[in-house]
Design a binder for this molecule. Structure first.
Ligand code: GTP
Length: 331
């Protein structure tokens, strides 16, 4: 006798997009949201740092991004995540947000995805509306091997992935990608692996599940106050109130990351640059400074820059003083 078919689970899947600091989560998420099949996606972004940048970049492709003051999802603000998801479900029921068919949580670069999933799925109320989805982990093609070897967080993100996207393939030789693939295989042998790069992003249709629908999307963003995370990693923000000369700044940043890239895991922010009215988006990941990008306008119309650093075993004061000196910033 054939077993009876299981009833369809029509609850909304909650997917987690994770990956180590600067590995390309937001870039990949923007690529996903640019696919019409993902337009009915609610996005929850959790940032590690005093000021959020990712939601500004995601808003470029998903207009309804909202910033919530919060902390790291895997260790500090699980209750906020639960109430956000519960509010979203209620708002959808009441027609206050466009209907969505999936939720994607972009974690911080240091998050452990397990407690995030567990928090969602162990809440009886939430389980009525949501089911556990897929964990997708971005692994940096440039620095992935050293991050996996040096940071338990990076290895854990690989271990728990259902799908891994190796990013930045345009920046590394194929043999290095193969070597990284071997490292990934040692931790998570069965995982599905995709490769992406600026020149060619992977087909995204079924990355979480078969995408469907063309509804408007809705995004909710978590921001974070300064917190101390594991393994001596700290985050701090330097305000840049005055415009800066680009050549002076970029020389300073390149010098800093080439010398201290092992300690400075991530730097990002918005900069007011002389001769350009737009906010210049700064990205540095370990030793690498990425080409600047631009936002069309300043958030809230205020031309005021800031840089968030995520660093290990490095005093914030040293960097702040050096930046203030080079940019002639007030104390
Ligand atoms: N050349 C190249 N650059 C990339 C690629 N993916 C991401 N980047 C760049 O890498 C930098 C960091 O990318 P993000 O998408 O912000 O990384 P993230 O994982 O969201 O960063 P955090 O949220 O701070 O952990 C940015 O300058 C991106 O433009 C890629 O495939 N190729």
């Amino acid at each position: 006798m054939q077993p009876a078919a299981l009833p369809m689970d029509d609850r909304i899947p909650v997917h987690v997009l994770t990956g180590f600091l600067g590995s390309g989560k937001t870039t990949f998420l923007r690529h996903l949201l640019g696919d019409p099949g993902f337009s009915d996606t609610a996005v929850v972004i959790n940032e590690f740092g005093e000021v959020g940048l990712d939601h500004l970049l995601v808003r470029e492709v998903s207009e309804d991004a909202v910033l919530l003051s919060s902390g790291c999802l895997c260790c500090a603000v699980r209750d906020d995540l639960i109430s956000t998801l519960s509010d979203l479900a209620a708002m959808m029921r009441h027609g206050q947000v466009p209907p969505f068919r999936r939720v994607v949580i972009e974690t911080t670069g240091l998050a452990d995805p397990a407690p995030i999933m567990q928090a969602v799925m162990s809440d009886l109320q939430l389980r009525r509306s949501y089911r556990a989805g897929t964990v997708v982990t971005t692994v940096d093609g440039v620095s992935g091997t050293s991050s996996i070897a040096g940071f338990a967080e990076a290895a854990q993100q690989v271990a728990l992935a259902d799908c891994i996207v190796v990013t930045k393939s345009d920046l590394v030789e194929p043999w290095r990608l193969d070597a990284l693939g071997l490292e990934i295989g040692k931790i998570n042998p069965a995982v599905r692996r995709l490769v992406s790069g600026k020149a060619g992003m992977p087909e995204t249709g079924d990355i979480f599940e078969q995408a469907a629908g063309l509804q408007p999307r809705h995004a909710v963003v978590f921001g974070v106050r300064a917190v101390r995370h594991s393994a001596g990693i700290e985050t701090f923000t330097v305000d840049v109130p005055e415009e800066v000369e680009w050549p002076v700044f970029i020389d300073w940043l390149e010098l800093l990351l080439s010398g201290r890239g092992l300690s400075i895991l991530r730097v990002k922010g918005l900069l007011p640059v002389a001769g350009d009215a737009r906010p210049v988006v700064i990205h540095g990941v370990q030793h690498v400074v990425y080409p600047p990008e631009y936002l069309p306008a300043w958030p809230d119309g205020v031309r005021r820059g800031w840089l968030v650093f995520i660093a290990r075993d490095l005093t914030a004061t040293a960097i702040e003083n050096s930046l203030r000196e080079i940019l002639a910033l007030p104390d």
